[in-house]
Design a protein. Structure first.
Length: 250
């Protein structure tokens, strides 16, 4: 902000705008977390086959992980979550099923971070069971980085971090056609626009038009706030180009 505009009312305006962005992203990242968990659990359990484990117990199979050590560390993390859980359905499965909790029950108790790490540690063939069904084969190179970005947003909003004008430290991989169409440079993917664009990409695959319209409403309201800021909202600082509103809508 320029010195001649650094008044209390102007600073308060940008503070409230940042607060609005954070509140909305907290809400939307929660929706994405739930969708990622359920779509992943369903896709892999419906396509996993083994003589040793039931489809809903695929996570127990160390052969699905890139490295055995990573699988063991993952299962240790899951076990600690189960032990700490106070949910009745988790305690029931832990007691009656000898600790073999179906993925659809377990995944509700896992943090977004645990799920992101879990997916990242799987062999490509198992990751792709989910990616191909949910997004399409052409997105295999990109989805994991999008999940990492969504997790980052979730953590930032939970800790009341600033979004407006911030330089971010997690960068998504994006298709070349998106980079070209929206003039996104690989060297400048640390801004609010790219963060919002990545969330938009994920929401475009959710089979729920009502949720997508909620996202579009958020973008429209953000545009109204930016346009009504009397020049306070710095487009360049946040990576916003002339067509940013259309670029962020589904």
């Amino acid at each position: 902000m320029e010195d001649d505009k650094r008044t209390f009312s102007n600073v308060l305006y940008l503070y409230n705008m940042d607060k609005y962005i954070r509140k909305q992203l907290s809400y939307f990242s929660g929706i994405l977390e739930e969708w990622i968990k359920t779509s992943f659990a369903n896709a892999v359990s419906n396509n996993y086959y083994s003589d040793e484990y039931q489809p809903a117990e695929f996570y127990l199979d160390l052969n699905i992980y890139n490295k055995k050590r990573l699988g063991e560390e993952t299962l240790t993390s899951f076990a600690e979550t189960v032990i700490r859980s106070k949910e009745t359905f988790i305690k029931h499965h832990h007691k009656e099923k000898n600790g073999c909790i179906p993925i659809w029950a377990l995944i509700e108790e896992l943090t977004f971070g645990q799920v992101d790490t879990f997916i990242s540690q799987l062999k490509p063939e198992y990751k792709n069971m989910w990616i191909d069904k949910t997004f399409g084969k052409q997105y295999r190179r990109f989805v994991i980085s999008w999940i990492g970005m969504s997790r980052y947003i979730r953590n930032m909003s939970a800790h009341y971090a600033r979004f407006y004008g911030k330089r971010f430290v997690v960068f998504p991989s994006l298709p070349k056609e998106d980079l070209k169409q929206y003039n996104i440079k690989n060297s400048k993917k640390d801004n609010l626009f790219v963060m919002l664009f990545t969330e938009k990409k994920l929401f475009s695959f959710i089979p729920d038009r009502a949720i997508q319209e909620e996202w579009n409403l958020f973008i429209d309201e953000l545009a109204e706030m930016a346009e009504g800021s009397d020049g306070l909202f710095n487009d360049e600082e946040n990576g916003f180009s002339d067509n940013w509103q259309a670029a962020l809508k589904i």
